[in-house]
Design a binder for this molecule. Sequence first.
Ligand SMILES: [Zn+2]
Length: 133
Amino acid sequence: MMRYQPGHRWGMLTLVRLLENPKLLLQCDCGQLITYTFTQLKHGKRSCGCTDMGQSIYFIRVNEYVKIGRTRTIMARWATVQTNCPYEAELIRVIPDTSSGTEKWLHEYFQYLHKQGEWFKYTEEMLTIIPPI
Ligand SMILES: [Zn+2]
């Protein structure tokens, strides 16, 4: 079981440390800490559950730009962005289970940084902003 080192990744999950076998303490890219067993990972657990709860807002950063969008399948969307991009695409934030107005609100809030489509110039506030809806 010691073949996995802290930092090992399964989808959105990063290994924080091994707990009593067969449990692992993991941190999801949305920030949530969670304990799974190796069996759960083997059966496809790739997030804390934030991506199973419906439409989520994602922030995917590529260099100084960030794509802010909404999807039910964050891992697939992330993979699509990465496939179409020569630079590293980093999932920097997930806001789980959002209403339909949240994405629109965020796009308007960050309008002054708008580049094109769903792409905006990065600002640190993207990591902390809490939409009102
Ligand atoms: Zn999560």
